[in-house]
Design a protein around this ligand. Sequence first.
Ligand SMILES: [Zn+2]
Length: 241
Amino acid sequence: MKYPAAIWVPSPNFGYPRSTHGQLASNIQKANRAGEFWHSIVGTLAAAKWRFLNMSEEASAHFLFPKIGAPTQMVDSDDAAWHSGNYLANLHFHGFEFEGGAPGNYSEPLTDNQVEWGIKVTRWLRETHNSPKIYVRRETLWEHNEVQATSCPSGRIPWARLINEWEDDIDKAEVERIVRAMQFRARPKGEKATGEHLLEEWLGSYHKHRYDAAKHGGGGIGEARSRAIAQEEDKKLKVTK
Ligand SMILES: [Zn+2]
């Protein structure tokens, strides 16, 4: 879908393989969950836009947020943008890019304009894709460097302010369920969960969901068979490039 208030500048960089439509919308629906990566542009919005229009750069994002003015949309919200460097994450999360500061000040805080548009577009995405309104850091809301080493500047996003804004929308029961499940996860004593662990767990629970769905869909077929069906499904999603 296209956000009505955004400027539409389509990127050729989306989908697996390239130009495949609808994968993100279908995964959100199957998993009944969605979220966003909030990235930072090193430098200007114009530079990022140029990269995302260039096929050989093999990068894109759904929305670009300038310091002043309305967002630009470059990938349809139904499609998987190439924003995180992790194809499974790209198949499950929307990607935002926020224009950054000048050299020497890349990590300047987001402007009020960026925060306000980010809030609105997030809300629109959750409504458009009919996904649960869960706003939990490192579950449905990510910064790029929490998943992998990246030059994406961090520390610019006022998460507490954002989550406070969305609080009225939140599916409280679902949040409690997630938080409880996180607390129960066994971890070696003293080991802290990294972003990668949390993303793996999130994707793992999505795979379990598909496995269960295959089991039920098969009308009580055996465990080995349902696992094979789920693996087949996984294979269909594999990147081919
Ligand atoms: Zn990034």
